[in-house]
Design a binder for this molecule. Structure first.
Ligand code: BTN
Length: 255
């Protein structure tokens, strides 16, 4: 009952007025092995226990923004290459939002959405494995769309599309665009075109090939991001030495 120009992503759209977290809701369905069409989207007008990465909470002003989760089932993906799903999703969301903004949105490793030095949204993908195989990817996406006021105490200096564009953005129009772009990237992933996907991810990566300051275990150092692996490791060049970092092992500092 919607008109998204996609094959499957967003064709089954469930809109809830209120839920704890769309990721939790979707995970419960998938864990019960209830039949569910791939590409199903659970969208909520209000989440009262939205979750971010690293056990953070994701707060979003009710009715103003997009908070949704997509059910994908990348059974074709070796679990050692799990991060390729993050790449496909981040590239899709980035491209969709840039269609509205005219550019400027980047992915901050691993999958934050940044406009200049401000956070516009985030992605939380929860992989459900069955033995050593992929069962499902619960792809949670939160985007600041029309919210104009943010808690000044937040460290990542949030921003919204509405603040940038100085106008409201229609939530369903944006969702349709995001579903379209994610589907395109997901199909690219499914066709095994890993290199081109990785290149797209890197080409719009925040601070890619730029020398900047980072911190690890309390120690500040200068480094340049030169790659991100299929496993999601950040590859950095620092003082002529190549180093690989795991998620959240390294902190981005503002220069
Ligand atoms: C982050 O930047 O830390 C990731 C934020 C992800 C938030 C989205 S909102 C929809 C989905 N449901 C959740 O509880 N979290 C994700």
């Amino acid at each position: 009952n919607n008109t998204f120009p996609t094959l499957f992503v967003g064709q089954n759209l469930i809109r809830l007025p209120e839920v704890d977290s769309t990721n939790n809701f979707l995970k419960a369905i998938v864990s019960n092995s209830e039949p569910l069409a791939e590409g199903t989207v659970i969208m909520a007008d209000k989440q009262f226990a939205g979750r971010g990465q690293q056990e953070n909470t994701w707060y979003s002003e009710p009715g103003m923004n997009l908070t949704f989760s997509i059910y994908l089932s990348p059974l074709f993906l070796p679990i050692t290459s799990q991060f390729l799903l993050n790449m496909a999703v981040s590239v899709g969301v980035r491209d969709a939002i840039n269609d509205f903004l005219g550019g400027g949105l980047k992915v901050k490793w691993p999958n934050d959405l940044y406009y200049n030095d401000q956070k516009l949204g985030g992605i939380l993908i929860e992989n459900i494995l069955s033995g050593s195989k992929y069962k499902a990817g619960i792809v949670g996406i939160g985007i600041n769309v029309n919210q104009l006021n943010f808690d000044p105490m937040l460290l990542n200096r949030p921003i919204s599309m509405g603040k940038i564009l100085q106008r409201d953005v229609n939530l369903l129009e944006l969702l349709a665009k995001i579903c379209t772009h994610i589907e395109a990237q997901y199909l690219r992933l499914r066709s095994g075109n890993f290199n081109s996907l990785q290149n797209s991810y890197l080409s719009g990566l925040y601070r890619f090939k730029e020398k900047a300051s980072y911190r690890r275990l309390g120690e500040v150092f200068e480094g340049t991001i030169i790659d991100v692996t299929e496993q999601g490791l950040l590859v950095m060049l620092s003082n002529g030495i190549e180093k690989h970092y795991n998620f959240k092992e390294v902190e981005f500092l503002n220069n």
